[in-house]
Ligand binder design. Structure first.
Ligand code: F6P
Length: 361
């Protein structure tokens, strides 16, 4: 019997379970594969005792409709830069990739479901001889090698539903509502939500804003103190003069944690003379939870089937991808070469501007 190991790494995302189920179902069909899952990304392999579970059909049945990941995940245990807390409380990073490679030797295939950081790990392991395949995931949709990642559509739906609710209360109270969504480097969730919801202002990391232009836009929407404005802002958005709000740098975490830019914007607007009443909503992790929408379930399922088929055919060192309406694959180099960011010249931004949405540029 051959053995395949599946794992999920980085932030969770609706659709992860659908990938796990699809890998397991496709492998089972072959009759000569045993399917295993590593708990909490590669920690399950590195931990003593190991936490590797057999993915039986009773473990995977029906999970495609569930948010999160049955295998658990972490964004604080990169095996190449593994955080080790010292006696004095400081954190030092160790390269545990050789140890991991030794421990993975018994597997005929490893399927690593994760974002940019996870696929960089996949590349290092592949270069060290591990038969590994990547599956892209992120609600941010910021991977350039795939036209779409699963989880993104669900996040946009959740954000749009929340936005719709804020519109009616903004209108009732003549208020400016600021809704902060995820997107540390890429403004895809904000941009899609702004168009879906009909925002007046959309602020994204790729287009730094001029606060005075935003005040002008807001003023133009008010007559005798009456009017309302709905703003969507990505957590990584920043003013032309200034930096992004960093909430907390967590020990061992790969990224500085963002959040709170809505409050920063609120203060900037008031300081710049905005007279309207302002309220802030930080949507946060609600965007990453719950049942994946049908599109994400389908994309995740197609990715899972394709990843297992690559394993069956012995084609390793690849990440599955969605391109031109078809499921394909790319090399790990291509997968991690650059981020997929919103371009000012893109049709989406131009159409949004055509609708009157202000970006503050
Ligand atoms: O990378 C996806 C993402 O949703 C980012 O937009 C956000 O900054 C980050 O995850 C938050 O991750 P966590 O709070 O789980 O560390």
């Amino acid at each position: 019997m051959k053995k395949v190991l599946v794992l999920t790494g980085g932030g969770d995302c609706p659709g992860l379970n659908a990938v796990i189920r699809a890998v397991a179902k496709r492998a089972r069909k072959e009759k000569n594969w045993e399917i295993f899952g590593s708990i909490e990304a590669f920690n399950g392999v590195l931990n003593e005792p190991q936490e590797i579970v057999r993915l039986t059909s009773s473990r995977t049945k029906g999970i495609h409709v569930k948010g999160g990941t049955i295998l658990k995940t972490t964004n604080k245990s990169n095996p190449i830069k593994f955080p080790v807390t010292q006696k004095d409380g400081t954190v030092k990073f160790e390269d545990r990739s050789d140890e991991l490679v030794k421990r993975l030797k018994g597997f005929d295939a490893v399927i690593n479901i994760g974002g940019d950081g996870s696929q960089k790990i996949s590349k290092v392991l592949f270069d060290k001889g591990i038969p590994i395949i990547g599956v892209p995931k992120t609600i941010d949709n910021d991977l350039s090698a795939t036209d779409m990642t699963f989880g993104f559509q669900t996040a946009v739906q959740i954000a749009s539903d929340a936005f719709d609710k804020l519109v009616t209360t903004a209108e009732s109270h003549h208020r400016v509502m600021i809704m902060e969504v995820m997107g540390r480097d890429a403004g895809w969730i904000a941009l899609h939500t702004a168009i879906a919801g009909g925002a007046e202002i959309c602020l994204i990391p790729e287009i730094p804003y001029d606060i005075n232009k935003l005040v002008k836009k807001i003023e133009s929407r008010y007559k005798k103190g009456r009017g309302f404005v709905n703003i969507v802002i990505a957590e990584g958005a920043k003013p032309k003069e200034g930096t992004v709000t960093a909430a907390a740098g967590e020990k061992g975490s790969e990224h500085v944690r963002l959040g709170g830019v809505a409050y920063q914007l609120s203060k900037q607007l008031k300081d710049a003379g905005c007279r309207a009443e302002i309220r802030e909503t930080v949507l946060g992790h609600v965007q990453r939870g719950g049942t994946p929408v049908a599109f994400d379930r389908i994309l995740a399922t197609l990715f899972g089937v394709k990843a297992m088929e690559l394993a069956i055919n012995g084609e390793f060192g690849k990440m599955v991808a969605y391109k031109n309406n078809s499921i394909t694959y790319v090399s790990f180099e291509e997968a991690t070469r650059q981020q997929h960011l919103v371009k000012k010249s893109s049709y989406l931004v131009q159409a949004a501007k055509g609708l009157g949405i202000t970006f503050g540029d």
